[in-house]
Ligand binder design. Structure first.
Ligand SMILES: Nc1ncnc2c1ncn2[C@@H]1O[C@H](COP(=O)(O)OP(=O)(O)OP(=O)(O)O)[C@@H](O)[C@H]1O
Length: 339
């Protein structure tokens, strides 16, 4: 029997671009040798997840996730728990498209992303698990993770938002540290920290410097623990992020590779967990990296600089503004406890 592909697409994402190009997209997968059919997701919770699960059990060889990062996450959640997992292809049509960026899949036109399948190049991607839920890009805990994702909708990028906060310095949010215990493969951190992050790819919120050397298939998370909750220090660390990822060598940051993490709050503080940008329950939580768990089509020969989109340029511009605003802060605001 020939190979079969199921295209699971969100008809509402990307200004309905997927819907418009669907016939052409289906044709690309037919050209690649798959007998191809399509499923439009619905507004009901888990519709993409349930369909991916069903398609895998039906024996489909390839599941194509077409939509924003939310749709891709759902498709992964539909198949990651199964013994026999189909291959995946990704057609990005969201706002930040972190996952497509990590796989070097074109983010300009859905049809170009579909055509990646014709190159017949795949990566067996690591997938994270937190409790019963799988994540593909990032998990985190602590108060700063809420700040990171809670970008007002009229602020296009996270650094645009931060630049705005720094400008009206009195608006700088107070960040409360949490007493936490973070156990990793070869050690344990216990103490006060504002947040921890676990990166599976190096693409977070459109940036590639936050976990600079994350490999896609080494079976390890890049763990980042930020030991300070002082806003001036956090601003300083963020400018280091933008300066070539130099934050990872800072004494206020712990940076480790690990295949498992157990995170717990140490006092009665609440520690909310964020999985791929969504609330994912409260710690204590155990995180496991499933090495090379899902085989995905990718275009790893593509040169990232040639794939920059308007969105990327907006992020870069906002990051530049942010650094400018931090530079303008009075001296004492960014070096309060440098020792
Ligand atoms: N047919 C539909 N009508 C309305 N909403 C839908 C439909 N199908 C899926 N959704 C909703 O779309 C959301 C997932 O969006 P997705 O991640 O694909 O794109 P996005 O939100 O545009 O991406 P991004 O977050 O990157 O901007 C889910 O909340 C899901 O319930």
């Amino acid at each position: 029997m020939g190979q079969r592909a199921r295209v699971i697409y969100n008809p509402t994402s990307g200004r309905e671009a997927l819907k418009r190009d669907l016939i052409d997209i289906l044709n690309v997968f037919e050209q690649a040798g798959y007998e191809t059919s399509a499923y439009a997701t619905t507004p009901e919770p888990d519709s993409a997840k349930n369909e991916a699960h069903r398609a895998a059990l039906e024996g489909f060889d390839l599941v194509v996730a077409a939509g924003g990062d939310g749709t891709i996450n759902e498709v992964v959640n539909g198949i990651a728990g199964l013994e026999k997992r189909p291959k995946m292809a990704i057609i990005p049509a969201g706002t930040t498209n972190d996952y497509a960026r990590a796989l070097r899949i074109p983010r300009d036109e859905p049809l170009n992303a579909a055509k990646v399948v014709l190159k017949n190049q795949t990566v067996k991607m690591d997938i994270g698990q937190a409790g019963e839920t799988y994540f593909i890009n990032i998990a985190g805990g602590g108060l700063l993770t809420e700040l990171t994702y809670d970008v007002p909708s009229d602020m296009k990028t996270i650094f645009g938002y931060l630049a705005y906060l720094v400008k009206g310095a009195e608006l700088l949010p107070q960040i409360k540290p949490i007493q936490m215990s973070i156990e990793y493969d070869d050690g344990k951190f216990e103490g006060e920290a504002s947040m921890f992050l676990l990166g599976l790819t190096n693409s977070i919120g459109g940036f590639e410097q936050i976990v600079p050397d994350a490999s896609l298939d080494d079976g390890k998370f890049s763990l980042l623990i930020v030991k300070t909750a002082s806003m001036p220090q956090l601003l300083r660390l963020m400018t280091l992020v933008l300066n070539g990822g130099r934050h990872i060598n800072d004494p206020l940051v712990i940076y480790k590779k690990t295949s498992k993490v157990i995170a717990k709050p140490l006092n009665s503080d609440r520690m909310m967990i964020n999985l791929d940008g969504e609330y994912g329950g409260d710690a204590p939580m155990t995180f496991i990296d499933h090495k090379q768990h899902i085989e995905m089509f990718a275009d790893l020969d593509a040169i990232p600089d040639e794939q920059l989109t308007g969105e990327d340029r907006a992020i870069e511009e906002d990051a530049r503004k942010f650094v400018e605003e931090v530079d303008k802060l009075p001296e004492g605001q960014t070096d309060d406890n440098k020792k």
